[in-house]
Design a protein around this ligand. Sequence first.
Ligand code: SAM
Length: 274
Amino acid sequence: MNVASVPMRSPFRYPGGKTWFVPYIRRWLRSDRSTVREFIEPFAGGAIVGLTVAFEGLAERVTLVELDEDIAAVWQTILNGDGEWLADRIVSFQVSGESVRTAVAKGRRSLRERAFATIVRNRISRGGILAPGAGVMKLGENGKGLASRWYPETLCRRILDIVRLRDRIHFVQGNGIAAMEANAGRTDAAYFIDPPYTRAGRRLYRHSEIDHGRLFDVVDILRGDFLITYDATDHIRGLAEAHGLEVREVPMKTTHHSHKTELVIGRSLDWLGE
Ligand SMILES: C[S@@+](CC[C@H](N)C(=O)[O-])C[C@H]1O[C@@H](n2cnc3c(N)ncnc32)[C@H](O)[C@@H]1O
């Protein structure tokens, strides 16, 4: 699978981001005989998969669901009418130690200012981690630290590209498991399920406590097709097998270019080939 063929479309640097999985999603959706009208990503995060599906027209409509309110603020701002404002705010931002500290300072603010703060935090935090307590790079007096990671034109272009597709992308701030349950009876929906992992989840995300057993119970009642990715633990493998699902271990490349494997789980993984 060729990851180099995946355009970067998300405004986030996202821990646990699934760029490496996009070639699999393409193959899966193209192999599906029925048309997928709605592609649902119940744990959206940086949403690289959902964005790719929307940009490449692999489904008519994409729904992203995310619980974290800071991340939600970014998606709501981009998709609900303030995307141009956000792009402009990013391009006109003058980076300095003080301006960055002010931008990310806590306090009451509008949804779009919260979105901007989230984007800045995502750039200055180590590994893009937005969970409370995440380490932040040294800013210095002139904000040199951030300047080396601040690509305003790129961010602006990505945001405006998403704005152009906003009729096709719908965002819900809420619980991904509940969203799956609400759509369970639909035969024209497909789901890419990428929950916080059992091991690394707590360090990476504000919301990392998932009832993994309940997730598999809900998956049982979905009438549409789905794919789940998980860390390769015996617990998850056991749950998947107890629910009669197919499990494959696939190689993934981490950002440090070390090789690890993750689990791909689905009703049938024939389309994956050998
Ligand atoms: C592994 S990450 C998803 C990464 C995403 N696939 C990407 O490529 O950027 C899991 C996400 O689920 C979110 N999350 C945690 N609990 C949730 C819940 N109950 N409902 C919806 N989202 C949740 C976390 O905030 C995190 O963004």
